[in-house]
Design a protein around this ligand. Structure first.
Ligand SMILES: [Zn+2]
Length: 180
């Protein structure tokens, strides 16, 4: 594991031609969006990025991101340690018009000038690989026992009385307001 902080930006005019490699860590202070998804600042984030140009002059960034972080369990709201790992396959383009020219196996990354900000790229890619649902495994979750007891009771008793569709409630409120 490399503890070397990765640079703030790379000069895209040189770095792809030189087939540059970036390998190191990044602190959460530089990743505000990803940090917002986490419950604390105890994190280890490792980044490996390889820059290249293919035969069609497309500028490519390939690599991996790995992060060990803490989120809150959506069942008990207690801390939960998770490991994220993501493969990066990005093609650097100057503007949105170039998206249509990309081969389907590459995701576009727009960079209008020659300074490619690495923190912004890492921040967005880490947010994209966050799981939609974070839960302790059944045996580790303090809320699990209560939860399964209640779920069983519900299925025995049939439909749950308190479980009104929130959208139906909202619609009814709107309709009431409209007639006032
Ligand atoms: Zn839990």
């Amino acid at each position: 594991m490399s503890q070397t902080p990765i640079p703030t930006y790379v000069d895209t005019r040189k770095f792809f031609l030189q087939q540059g490699v970036i390998c190191g860590s990044m602190s959460l202070e530089r990743l505000p969006g990803f940090r917002d998804c986490l419950i604390d600042d105890e994190a280890s984030i490792q980044i490996q990025l390889r820059f290249s140009i293919d035969e069609s002059q497309q500028r490519l960034i390939q690599g991996t991101l790995q992060a060990s972080v803490h989120v809150s369990c959506q069942r008990c709201l207690q801390p939960l340690a998770i490991e994220l790992a993501d493969d990066i396959r990005l093609a650097l383009i100057d503007n949105e018009d170039a998206i249509g020219t990309l081969n389907g196996s590459w995701d576009p990354w727009i960079c209008a000038d020659h300074k490619l900000e690495l923190a912004g790229l890492v921040d967005e890619q880490l947010m994209l690989c966050m799981p939609i649902v974070n839960l302790h495994s059944a045996g580790d979750c303090p809320a699990r026992i209560n939860y399964s007891t209640r779920a069983n009771a519900d299925s025995v008793g049939g439909a749950r009385a308190g479980d009104e569709n929130p959208f139906a409630v909202l619609k009814a409120l709107k309709e009431n307001n409209a007639t006032d």
